[in-house]
Design a protein around this ligand. Sequence first.
Ligand SMILES: NCc1[nH]cc(CCC(=O)O)c1CC(=O)O
Length: 320
Amino acid sequence: MTQMRPTPDQPLRIGTRGSPLALAQAYETRARLMAAFDLPEEAFEIVVIKTTGDNRAMIDADRPLKEIGNKGLFTKEIEEAMLAKEIDIAVHSTKDMPVAQPEGLVIDCFLPREDVRDAFVSATVGSIAELPAGAVVGTSSLRRKAQLLQVRPDLKVVEFRGNVQTRLKKLQDGVADCTFLAMAGLNRLGMSDVAKSAISPDEMLPAVAQGAICIERRADDAMAGEMLAAIHDATTQVLMNAERSFLAALDGSCETPIAALAQIDGDQIRLRGEILRPDGSERLQDDRTAPVAEAAALGIAMAKDLLEKAGPGFFDFREE
Ligand SMILES: NCc1[nH]cc(CCC(=O)O)c1CC(=O)O
């Protein structure tokens, strides 16, 4: 079998968004591929693609993303470029990805998962418990908002969008008393010291797929498929099977507060999941274990039971 590999003349083109975190994730992917195939950096080309999400974010920085669109907003242009063969692979935060891919594209490569926890970030206090009554929290995550209001209905939540750097600047400017970021993103940016504390999943269950990088490719691109197989992490795949099937069965978009975390223990997989009313007034939780081979079925069964408990209208916004 002839092993086709990229060369400086015909590099493997890696598509990514242009934020510092997206670039860090693209560089990590490139480094893993270089190491796995003993290739020079020049055998890869990083192609930065501007997405609808990025453009709208600039035009309309204060409008909640949930009003503009949902998952897919940051990936459409990247996927179009891949189908047009302008790029070969695309590096994504799995957390931001729809569960199903467009015709002709597949996600069958996950990198080893980073820290799954949320970070508490504040200039003035050290943890959620220390926040004074009525403190202002900056977040645009419906999940984090609902989880916080569930335990601290006194808190005031303000919209906090943009990349990690933008949000930290807002915090510095005193727009909010604290914010929350994924530990994984801070670690990948070499900025973990920004976190005042990492929040236990018992206190704040992370988003589905938090901390996991996935790599998308054309389904018929054998060379990309072969190369990505060499850096794929099968354990992370199993975790994603459980969490993402849970999300899919809940029909989760960015518009619904959903959290889930799978963990493997020997040949068993434990899945914790929760759904919340957007105003945090109600939270439904589940926690169960199954054989690793049944990861996807576990997620689907949990979603079904939680939806049944929730009844219709659970995710609807209430007048405040
Ligand atoms: N929605 C934005 C987003 N998508 C992925 C990450 C962090 C990295 C990850 O969770 O893998 C972030 C920022 C954040 O939540 O702080």
